[in-house]
Write a new protein. Structure first.
Length: 162
């Protein structure tokens, strides 16, 4: 008798993660931003989809993962982490050590929240100024039918430069 394989549940479907990245790339082009590296993690921190556009430096992959990882690890967007920890460099260093260096507390890490209000994953984007990365993540999550946390980009998100 053949053994039955039991599927393992994932908090975020591949088709949804891929749709988020597709929207983020379209937003990048529409807004004339620099090439991006984009990762979508499920709630367990597993990579569901990663794409890197031509022109991204080799660190962009790790930065995108670090932003998404930080967002999931703390249960909040990386902009909020940056703001809360601005005067706590020792705690930031401790979080970096505890996460084996996968903790990047700069804007561009955004939680993906479902209709029940549960974080089911996170998007991490790196490639342009952090507020521009975050804008693409937030709007792409909305376009895919989910709720981003934070719900809106920073004021004047398009004015920041690298």
């Amino acid at each position: 008798m053949a053994e039955k394989l039991i599927p393992v549940y994932s908090s975020l479907a591949l088709k949804d993660a891929d749709q988020i990245i597709t929207h983020a790339l379209e937003l990048r082009v529409a807004n004339g931003l620099l090439p991006l590296a984009i990762v979508v993690l499920d709630s367990g921190g597993n990579v569901v989809v990663f794409k890197r556009e031509d022109g991204c430096g080799i660190l962009r992959h790790d930065i995108a993962i670090g932003k998404a990882w930080a967002s999931l690890g703390m249960g909040m967007a990386t902009r909020q982490i940056r703001d809360r920890l601005a005067n706590r460099p020792t705690f930031q260093a401790a979080l970096s050590a505890a996460s084996d260096g996968r903790f990047i507390p700069t804007p561009g890490g955004v939680l993906i929240v479902n209709k029940q209000g549960i974080a089911i994953g996170a998007v991490g984007i790196s490639g342009d100024a952090s507020d521009k990365d975050e804008f693409c993540a937030i709007e792409a999550i909305k376009l895919a039918g989910f709720v981003p946390e934070p719900p809106a980009a920073a004021d004047n998100w398009n004015e920041n430069q690298l």
